[in-house]
Design a protein around this ligand. Structure first.
Ligand code: SF4
Length: 319
């Protein structure tokens, strides 16, 4: 039997810092070794993300063009109809997606809105797709309702380290995030939780983010690592870009610290070279968002992704 890497929930910051500070060849070797113990290194899970309710969000996340606090040209729209969502889900399935994620720009859903989202979840599931939603903070009862409707995954990112969080968002706390994650987990829904780098955080904040994620009582099944997309009108529009090698290091550290999680190379791929993306896959990333848009920001055109996967000999992961 192939030995598996130990699954630990007691990662200290010092241990995660040691990972980040390894010489790059050693870091990549460790990440590859862990990756190959748990996954087929060629397989990439493909998700599609649809914004089912865009803009006008009362939260003030400094990276987000959908916040009503910033003038970004993103107009507030109503919740999409169930039929329109199912049409998009069918198209995503036809394009090869195995999971369909539905995102709404809410602080937390109203119960009336949740009725509509539950109908969407049940409909998407009936198409044979895995379902994921990101709707803001949830109560335990709301999480349970989504579970009953057939929700497989709930996305709720920790975004950054606990120390840097207040620099990025003032309308909720880190503990609010952890509470919703616990409600989702308690309802029996799988967790999709990661963060964003390149927001002006320090290396120590990236270490703190990975250490926090890897110390959750159960590792998130899916860990999206996003590179900030700097959108005009948001407070982070003019920040300095992160060195792509530091991004790759973050992916590798996530892979080593959470060996069984699918690590998603998420936002920011549009501005990433094929070579940087290839390094991310070598570092243990094994999921991407596929489709021309990620909520409101551009994503590589699907044919560009297929070409890259083909050049690298990667194949879609089977459910
Ligand atoms: S990230 Fe989500 S919660 Fe924050 S402003 Fe954007 S839509 Fe709202």
């Amino acid at each position: 039997m192939t030995p598996m890497a130990a699954i630990r929930h007691d990662w200290t910051r010092a241990e995660v810092r040691e990972l980040f500070e390894l010489p790059f060849p050693d870091l990549m070797f460790r990440a590859q070794t862990v990756h190959r113990l748990h996954f087929d290194p060629r397989a990439v899970q493909i998700s599609t993300l649809l914004s089912i309710k865009t803009g006008g969000c009362p939260e003030d996340c400094a990276y987000c063009p959908q916040s009503a606090s910033y003038q970004t040209g993103v107009a507030a729209e109503k919740l999409m109809s169930c039929d329109a969502v199912l049409e998009e889900a069918q198209a995503a399935k036809g394009a090869g997606a195995s999971r369909f994620c539905m995102g709404a720009a809410w602080r937390s859903p109203k119960d009336r809105d949740l009725d509509a989202v539950c109908a969407m979840v049940t409909g998407v599931k009936a198409l044979g797709l895995e379902t994921c939603a990101t709707l803001g903070m949830l109560t335990p009862a709301q999480a349970q309702r989504l579970k009953t409707a057939g929700l497989d995954y709930y996305n709720h990112n920790l975004d950054t380290s606990p120390e840097f969080y207040g620099e990025i968002i003032t309308t909720r706390t880190y503990q609010d995030r952890l509470d919703t994650l616990a409600h989702v987990r308690d309802a029996g829904i799988r967790v999709c939780c990661g963060g964003i780098v390149g927001m002006g955080e320090s290396a120590e904040d990236r270490i703190g983010m990975i250490a926090t994620l890897a110390s959750l009582p159960v590792h998130p099944e899916s860990v999206p690592i996003n590179m900030l997309v700097r959108v005009a009108g948001t407070p982070l529009a003019h920040g300095e870009a992160l060195d792509p090698i530091d991004f790759v290091r973050t992916i590798a550290a996530a892979r080593i610290a959470m060996p069984q999680s699918v690590v998603r190379l998420s936002a920011g791929r549009e501005d990433m070279s094929p070579e940087t993306q290839a390094l991310c896959f070598l570092a243990g990333a094994n999921s991407i968002f596929y489709g021309p848009r990620l909520l409101t920001t551009p994503n590589p055109a699907p044919d560009r992704d297929l070409q890259l996967m083909d050049r690298l000999g990667l194949v879609p992961m089977k459910n």
